[in-house]
Design a protein around this ligand. Structure first.
Ligand code: SF4
Length: 709
């Protein structure tokens, strides 16, 4: 029953990159109980929809499963003690080994304000660029592809384009499970316009196939060949937009030359796809006026993820299918705030505000703006390299924030060795139990969803408020507060004297417009003077901002101008490469990993909601019935998986016979970690091979043996 003190609170879902708006009723006024969680009808990401993970958010708030007090070497400590201990140890490590002996591994779960302060401390004051995040595992390949093609890390499309297209190509995405609200929007668009075509490019047949007019079950890792073939086809079939290529792009001839050997026959052979399937896709791409290429982890989590992204972008540039409604190459992020993190420079290869580490003018701008004593001059270690450096004894301290790398990173043996070798491991975390905490010397209780207060940016460049609805549990603090306390204890008082996230947001926005002059799309200057009340009331807001009136631009490149030095988009010549983790006689199966519909990452939150376990309550291994028969594996029987990199670790999972798998290929979800069962360490089977340009690890193409257990 409603009472007059009930309040409607609005926030965002903390899980995937769709970034849905959420309405919650708080009973009986401030700090009352939260109830009636629904999708926000007016939020442009979801217009009232939520998927099952979002719907059950309130059930994940279990205070008994939370960290509530700092622990220093296993002992309960005050914040003052913990902060001073960290500051002292960091200062000592810097004196003995230099700033590059420190690393911070964060998360797309951090809010933009947390990210900003962490980045400022590491890159401007401690003086190392060794700050990377699990966003490296998410869409860093798409970032590099976009930067190569457009000159900036920028997604050209918006979600409305999904509903106003004639051909939607889902590449390496099971959106029905991983981005369900976008999938619902696609479903509705197809109902409204049955002529709309949906093509799925994925080695597996998944629940997303429900909408498919065509499924291209290609050989894993062969996506670049498929899109080189499309570029070649466009040229052979008089389907190039020559005026656009001439006026707005560079590098076309080289890209076409590189693609010219990719005939239908060659693509068919490389991708293991019948020629008539390719013909259908390629002809639809030519004939249908509006095309969206919606790509996700199947493209990005690859040793050639950047090239795959550019192979897709090349086809949109060549056909001029970009900068218009319902057109463009659209990377959908996994994490809720992967994009907001990058806006403040939250990867080891960026500065801040989309500025470049090696650009002297950018360096000067940031150095002056921050009054930074030690601004970095070179990129730092990317995620996999950071753990390798720690395992090699070069990195002495790792501060892990809002993520569980022991369970989520590839090559678990390396990650465990890294954490064992570090002199100091600090873990800022919400959950009282996860796989990483047992390696921590200092444990810091952080706030989580419902307590955190700040902003996030979703996959369509839309900044939304994630509001603090409840007081922090126990002694938990916000990540920006924790970092600021440590910074102040290290002697950087003035630069980290923050009391409210609005101060941090304003500072970030001001930095984006310092010395920008329209050279970068990310210019949030008009938002840099918000009062706390305006910040609290901030409505979902897309960038680039068109004017001082704070109106965002939905779609980019309508004017044919890009953010490269000469204002033109760049084609990239692509030579398709095979995945690095190759099968052999000893390890004959390709292992693909991914998500299930109702769980998020290592289940430290979604695992608390019993209703989310109703869909799938345990891990499994999908195997084609013919492979299973040959190996004597029956449905439900246990299978032992082993890889060259997994050492003593054998992953043991129950088999699910599934003819939606290609023969010789296996699939296992990665959510269930050692916390949930001692033989589910799927990440241990992937060796950490990563893209040389983006550093994003391959999580879709392991090489394993599979034997009855
Ligand atoms: Fe929306 Fe993603 Fe949250 Fe589902 S998990 S409600 S799609 S943001």
């Amino acid at each position: 029953h409603a009472c007059q003190d009930d309040r409607l609170l609005q926030t965002t879902c903390p899980y995937c990159g769709v970034g849905c708006g959420v309405d919650v009723i708080q009973r009986g006024g401030m700090q009352g109980q939260l109830s009636q969680l629904t999708g926000s009808p007016e939020h442009p990401a979801n217009y009232g929809r939520l998927c099952i993970k979002g719907t059950h958010l309130l059930e994940t708030l279990d205070k008994h499963k939370r960290l509530t007090q700092p622990l220093v070497f296993g002992q309960v400590a005050t914040w003052d003690t913990a902060t001073k201990e960290i500051a002292g140890r960091l200062t000592q490590i810097i004196e003995q080994h230099g700033p590059d002996a420190i690393g911070l591994y964060g998360s797309g779960q951090l809010l933009t304000e947390d990210y900003y302060v962490a980045n400022k401390l590491m890159k401007g004051f401690i003086g190392t660029a060794n700050i990377d995040t699990n966003s490296r595992l998410c869409m860093s390949s798409a970032v590099v592809a976009y930067k190569r093609a457009f000159g900036e890390d920028i997604v050209p499309c918006n979600y409305d384009d999904l509903e106003h297209t004639d051909l939607l190509i889902l590449i390496g995405s099971n959106a029905a499970w991983t981005h369900p609200v976008l999938y619902q929007r696609i479903e509705r668009a197809k109902l409204r316009n049955p002529a709309m075509k949906v093509v799925i490019i994925d080695p597996r047949r998944t629940d997303s196939n429900t909408l498919a007019d065509l499924h291209i079950a290609l050989r894993p890792g062969s996506d670049s060949a498929l899109f080189c073939g499309l570029l070649n086809f466009l040229a052979d079939n008089n389907a190039l937009d020559n005026p656009f290529i001439e006026a707005s792009t560079n590098g076309f001839d080289d890209a076409l030359k590189a693609a010219s050997s990719w005939s239908l026959e060659a693509v068919s052979e490389a991708c293991d796809v019948p020629q008539d399937y390719l013909n259908t896709l390629y002809n639809w791409f030519v004939e249908l006026p509006r095309v969206i290429s919606f790509f996700s982890m199947g493209i990005n989590q690859s040793t050639t993820g950047v090239d795959k992204g550019n192979a897709i972008i090349n086809c949109h540039l060549a056909s001029g299918k970009i900068g218009r409604e319902g057109c463009g190459p659209f990377s959908i992020t996994g994490q809720p705030n992967a994009m907001g993190g990058r806006e403040v420079g939250g990867l080891s290869t960026m500065l801040a505000a989309h500025m470049d580490i090696e650009d002297p003018e950018h360096h000067q701008t940031v150095s002056t703006f921050w009054q930074a004593p030690n601004l970095i001059t070179k990129p730092g270690l990317k995620a996999v390299d950071m753990f390798q450096a720690a395992a090699d004894g070069k990195l002495k301290c790792l501060w892990i924030m809002a993520t569980n790398p022991v369970a989520s990173m590839p090559n678990r043996a390396l990650v465990e060795k890294a954490l064992t070798h570090c002199e100091l491991v600090i873990v800022s975390e919400t959950a009282a139990k996860n796989d990483t905490l047992r390696f921590a010397d200092i444990v810091l209780p952080a706030t989580g969803w419902s307590e955190k207060n700040g902003t996030v940016t979703n996959s369509e460049r839309r900044i939304s408020r994630q509001r603090g609805l409840l007081a922090p549990i126990g002694e938990a603090k916000h990540d920006w507060q924790i970092i600021s306390m440590v910074a102040r204890a290290m002697g950087f008082e003035d630069a980290f004297n923050y009391h409210h996230p609005q101060q941090i947001f304003n500072e970030h926005c001001a930095l984006t417009s310092a010395n920008n002059n329209g050279a970068r799309a990310l210019d949030l200057g008009p938002l840099a003077t918000l009062t706390i009340a305006e910040y609290d009331a901030l409505r979902p807001q897309q960038w680039p901002l068109e004017s001082a009136h704070r109106i965002g631009r939905e779609r980019l490149f309508a004017n044919g101008e890009y953010y490269t030095k000469d204002g033109k988009a760049r084609f990239i010549a692509i030579t398709p490469q095979k995945p690095e983790q190759k099968t052999c006689t000893q390890y004959p199966y390709i292992l693909n990993t991914g998500r299930v519909r109702d769980q998020w990452h290592t289940m430290t939150r979604t695992g608390n909601a019993s209703r989310l376990l109703k869909h799938i309550d345990r891990p499994w291994l999908s195997i084609h019935p013919d492979d299973a028969k040959r190996k004597g594996i029956s449905d439900g029987s246990l299978v032992a998986l082993h890889a060259a990199c997994s050492g003593d670790i054998k992953v043991i999972l129950p088999a699910k016979l599934d003819d939606r798998q290609r023969k010789g290929e296996l699939f296992a979800p990665f959510h269930w970690s050692a916390t949930w069962g001692s033989h589910c360490k799927v990440g241990a089977l992937l060796n950490g091979a990563n893209d040389a340009l983006s550093g994003q690890p391959e999580l879709k193409h392991g090489a394993v043996s599979a034997t009855p257990f």
